[in-house]
Design a binder for this molecule. Structure first.
Ligand SMILES: Cc1cc2nc3c(=O)[nH]c(=O)nc-3n(C[C@H](O)[C@H](O)[C@H](O)COP(=O)(O)O)c2cc1C
Length: 364
């Protein structure tokens, strides 16, 4: 199956990566419940054209939240195989979001309770979920990776990409967004290194591009996507870059040279809001990902039926990614296509918990 040819006609609607924090403990394993949840949303006519899995840690150090299912152990690969088998049985496609949180973590979630790793020693100002009760703790102060360690980390991405293939996924998305490790290297407001991975834009791009090349080495460029979030501020308030346009524009150009299948652009963390300056960045990235063989431009973040239709009709994007609405509407694509009412989502059941708020949402 090709990610590019299966575009879903007038409604090329993809399901966004959504952490649901229900991995089996101990071991951070996906299982039958995850298989059921994804399969419910995988019908090629009524569900997502392509599902992007929840963020999936590539190595033990890549975990930053309680109960997120990894892709670095044998039993995790077997767990994901149950998921991909069930999705394929209903005719769907699912790709694996490859994730390393970097400094957005807590020692209690790290191997031997060590400090999390990052491009910097400056801690993230946010909090993270650390246990089954939903308690949150401030992120721990990270240790800055040495230049010599970085090739090992690239190798961890490569191995995880290979595990994802063994687990039966249809492709992979590199999680380069939302303040996690790749963005910690990319952004001048965070990356304070003086080696070949810090300083100039070329140096800050290096890790992102090395990871992408390694993942392409496993999958081929036509099965690899990359998620970006060119939004300067967030809850942590320290994720800026002094030249967002140049940083994200150049990243998109470089990724396009690597010929990846799609760029997944998080335009907003909340419904409707768009940062000043974002439109210009998106227009520039759109030039690099202009659809078809040039790679798809997928837009996401706070879209509605109307705004998705508008973005598609105006040619601003090749597909729209929906997150929260897919949680509460397994048949979202049908509802958008037929203009049926949407079931509202419930924030209380986003994370943790079992079947409730996970596999129990009705079809229209
Ligand atoms: C419960 C929840 C979990 C999320 N988990 C992830 C994730 O694992 N990886 C990721 O890149 N984004 C994640 N996001 C962001 C979504 O993919 C999406 O960008 C965001 O929800 C905005 O789109 P929407 O307005 O359609 O929901 C998450 C968002 C929510 C609400």
């Amino acid at each position: 199956m090709s990610l590019i040819s299966e575009q879903g006609g007038r409604w090329p609607i993809w399901m966004a990566p959504l952490t649901r924090s229900r991995a089996i403990q101990p071991g951070n394993l996906p299982g039958a419940m995850q298989a059921e949840y994804y399969a419910q949303r995988a019908d090629p006519s009524d569900g997502a054209v392509v599902i992007i899995s929840e963020a999936t840690p590539i190595c033990p150090e890549g975990h930053g939240y309680f109960a997120t299912p990894g892709i670095h152990q044998r039993d995790q690969v077997q767990g994901w195989k149950q998921v991909t088998d069930k999705v394929h049985r209903v005719g769907g496609q699912i790709i694996c979001q490859l994730w390393h949180v970097g400094r957005v973590s807590h020692r209690s979630l790290q191997p031997e309770n060590q400090d999390p790793v990052s491009s910097t020693e400056q801690p993230a100002k946010s909090k993270t979920y650390i246990d089954a009760q939903g308690n949150r703790a401030p992120c721990s102060t990270p240790r800055s990776l040495s230049s010599e360690e970085i090739p090992q980390l690239v190798e961890s991405f490569r191995r995880a990409a290979s595990n994802a293939m063994e687990a039966g996924f249809d492709g992979v998305e590199i999680h380069g967004a939302n303040g996690y490790l790749l963005e910690q290297f990319l952004r001048s407001g965070i990356n304070d290194r003086t080696d070949q991975y810090g300083g100039s834009l070329e140096n800050r791009l290096r890790f992102c591009l090395e990871v992408t090349a390694a993942v392409i080495g496993v999958w081929g460029e036509e099965k690899v996507g990359y998620r970006v979030s060119p939004i300067s501020g967030d809850l942590a308030g320290d994720r800026g870059d002094e030249n967002m346009l140049e940083t994200y524009g150049t990243l998109a150009e470089q990724l396009a040279l690597l010929k990846i299948a799609f760029l997944d652009v998080v335009e907003s963390f909340s419904v409707g809001q768009r940062e000043p300056g974002l439109a210009e960045i998106c227009q520039r990235m759109r030039k690099s990902f202009s659809g078809g063989p040039a790679g798809l431009y997928l837009a996401g973040g706070g879209y509605t039926r109307e705004s998705a239709r508008d973005a598609l009709d105006s040619g601003r994007c090749d597909g729209v990614i929906f997150g929260r609405d897919f949680i509460s509407n397994p048949d979202l694509r049908r509802r958008l296509r037929e203009d049926l009412p949407l079931t509202p989502w419930n924030r209380r059941s986003f994370y943790l918990g079992g079947e409730e708020g996970y596999t129990d949402w009705p079809l229209a």
